[in-house]
Design a protein around this ligand. Sequence first.
Ligand code: NAD
Length: 244
Amino acid sequence: MNLTGKTAVITGGAKGIGAATALLFAENGIKKIYLVDLDDENGRKMERQLNGGCSCLYIHLDVTDEAGVKEMFFSIDKEGTADILFNCAGITSVKGIMETDATLWNKIMTVNVTSAFLFSKEALIRMERKGYGRIVNVSSISAQVGGIRTSPAYAASKAAILGLTRSFAKYGASRGVTVNTIVPGIADTPMTQAKDFVYSNSEVPMGRAAKPEEIAEGVLFLASDKSAYITGQCLHVNGGMYFG
Ligand SMILES: NC(=O)c1ccc[n+]([C@@H]2O[C@H](COP(=O)([O-])OP(=O)(O)OC[C@H]3O[C@@H](n4cnc5c(N)ncnc54)[C@H](O)[C@@H]3O)[C@@H](O)[C@H]2O)c1
């Protein structure tokens, strides 16, 4: 898929699915990637690695910082409008219903949902002017089947992403902007490699977790012109765990 000449903002791009997507975008000819994260060590490592194949700027930013998000988009404006936004930053928790309090609930909702709203809004303002844009969000299988080993806040945040995606898709459809969401099952990333995150390959009909690169392939499709007539949709990438 050809992303030649395109520019992308990827949140949570320092590792995991965001990093795999950035590398795949670069392999597919993207011109520039703005990689947003808080993990400076991995973010800078990715910046160096990507700068071989495309231009990459690592930006240290908490995705929940509304003023910071606005400021970042203003600074990108000097170089032109981003064609693609991938809202990938996210957090989870293994605390169940009885262990989840309002503080944890609000933190997960803010990082996973509010950030996607803030970034999508700023991107949409600019994409609308340009008459072109691709926004890709990340939900989770837990939005469909409920969180078992993750906090109910995680499942709720990933279900909220579906409503957000559809609302932005409705607005964007007549303005050249598509908005879709990728819905992974279990992917082998630092998030699921954490020692308190327990899963078994036997839960997955295909017998293994996804490689982050396999999720990235779906993101690439939704970010490319191959998906020009697709908007407001969920693309499930889950090895047969759930049929949407
Ligand atoms: N790994 C899975 O099995 C899986 C399954 C379904 C959905 N997802 C979703 O996919 C996305 C990526 O997950 P992953 O597995 O690659 O996770 P990860 O933990 O490996 O990477 C997430 C990245 O987001 C960054 N981040 C977190 N909070 C941030 C903040 N406030 N500001 C800026 N950056 C921040 C982290 O520093 C990290 O680099 C998440 O939204 C996650 O919920 C993952």
